[in-house]
Design a protein around this ligand. Structure first.
Ligand SMILES: Nc1ncnc2c1ncn2[C@@H]1O[C@H](COP(=O)(O)OP(=O)(O)OP(=O)(O)O)[C@@H](O)[C@H]1O
Ligand SMILES: Nc1ccn([C@H]2C[C@H](O)[C@@H](COP(=O)(O)O)O2)c(=O)n1
Length: 239
């Protein structure tokens, strides 16, 4: 059997809440044979871990220690991204409104960020071909990425999409607060409103379908880094 060495490829995607980072990143990763890392889920896992242990976000020493010791494992398959804390798969819990409501406070603890960023960089290094999404990937975590994208969309459009995603589980006011309020809290720590430099490509998805956004990101990849995606093997089932 011949082993084909695939070129390394790092795609960094930043953007505000509900701009489409996760949907776009997963699809781009699947299309290009890449792993996928949702860095927001790592901050969410930290918040969940701390609240279960009574560690408040205004105790930076304890939060930083928790971030260094966090027993987190991520499965970077774009078809089935999973997060484990110790022996527990917490993937579903991470997007509960209770976690969304508190995560910004924990993500704002700078020494905790430093500890998680070390882990993110290790995952990126180990994967080789990966799409990474968050708030500071193009600027801090992987500024040397092969492709850097800032995904934007008008706040009203992002609120509308989130409402559709929640399918009536929360009213307009609540969703608006979740989207815009969290952006305001997060922007105290990270900058994701405008591209950091001319190497970062701005894609405004307000009037684009998800497929159009995916096509635009894929079109930015140097063609020598695009490789045919092999059919899924038994350990990477299609879902
Ligand atoms: N271009 C688009 N057109 C229509 N719907 C979209 C588009 N991009 C994303 N969506 C939808 O918007 C919702 C939010 O997208 P997604 O979860 O990918 O955003 P996000 O940026 O990862 O959010 P967060 O940072 O809060 O995790 C999803 O239901 C997704 O299918
Ligand atoms: N690189 C990152 C990724 C995420 N965060 C913070 C900001 C968000 O409120 C929270 C959860 O992220 P989401 O799942 O909504 O993408 O984590 C960050 O500070 N830096």
């Amino acid at each position: 059997m011949t082993t084909v060495l695939q070129p390394r490829l790092v795609i960094a995607i930043d953007g505000p809440s509900g701009s489409g980072k996760s949907s776009t990143s997963r699809a781009v990763a699947s299309r290009l044979g890449c792993e996928y890392l949702d860095t927001g889920s790592m901050y969410r896992a930290l918040a969940l871990w701390c609240t279960h242990r009574g560690i408040a976000s205004d105790d930076p020493v304890a939060v930083a220690r928790a971030a260094r010791d966090l027993p987190i494992k991520v499965r970077t398959d774009p078809a089935s991204f999973r997060v484990e804390l110790g022996a527990n798969d917490v993937t579903e819990q991470l997007h509960a409104p209770e976690v969304s409501g508190i995560v910004s406070g924990y993500a704002g603890v700078l020494p905790a960020r430093e500890a998680l960023i070390v882990r993110m960089r290790r995952i990126i290094e180990d994967c080789g071909r990966i799409v990474v999404e968050g708030r500071d990937i193009t600027t801090v975590v992987a500024p040397g990425a092969d492709v850097r994208v800032l995904l934007q969309a008008d706040p009203e459009q992002r609120i509308h999409r989130r409402e559709a995603q929640l399918d009536g589980a929360a009213d307009h006011e609540t969703v608006a607060e979740q989207v815009v309020g969290r952006d305001a809290a997060d922007s105290a720590t990270t900058r994701f409103e405008t591209p950091a430099d001319e190497g970062v490509h701005l894609i405004d998805s307000t009037d684009l379908t998800l497929d159009e956004v995916i096509d635009r990101v894929v079109a930015l990849v140097p063609h020598e880094l695009v490789v045919p995606v092999p059919s899924p093997g038994p350990d990477r089932p299609l879902t």
